[in-house]
Design a protein around this ligand. Sequence first.
Ligand SMILES: [Zn+2]
Length: 213
Amino acid sequence: MSAAPASAMSLGLAGCEVCGLVSRPPAGAAMARCPRCGERLHCRRPASIERCWALVIAALILYVPANLLPVLTTSTPLGGVSDTIMQGVIELWSPSSWPLAIVVFVASITIPLGKLIALAYLLITVRRGSVRSMEQRVRLYRMVKFIGRWSMLDVFVDTFVVALVQLKPLMWVEPGPGVIFFAGVVVVTMIAVNNFDPRLIWDLPQQEKQDHA
Ligand SMILES: [Zn+2]
């Protein structure tokens, strides 16, 4: 393996997360600010791992009622039917609309859980100071962040598609309580991703090297 370049932190420098200026915070100062834009400077986001873990666990807890509570109530003059996400997928599963069933399944069940598993994996490997597949892990982080931008699409796809397919005369559709928990999963996961500091992926191996030197 080629020698890893020195990090800004090991040289006593900090990069501003807003304007990108790299500066040297005064030694011993409790709180340094960027000399150009005034943003607070920190070498790594404070308590990044702890905050990210707390949010990942919170999102996992919200994921349970999001899947167990109905997300959609369809009412007809004969009565109402409430569907959870999975029941919606099963109802959509027919020769004509199976592609929509797959879209709803992937957008509402696989992707939210996949994001949380990916974040947990990143947190565990960072904590362990793993030196393996660092570039792949950065790619994974970018992917999770990229998908996050489209997250609200999950909720939209889920309610809209099922409603569209089921809509007939004298039928009305209302969102169920599961939608609130589902939106909670999406929002909390987005905050978790923002709290994760990807620079941590590159950190520990260098410290380890210094320890061994
Ligand atoms: Zn700045």
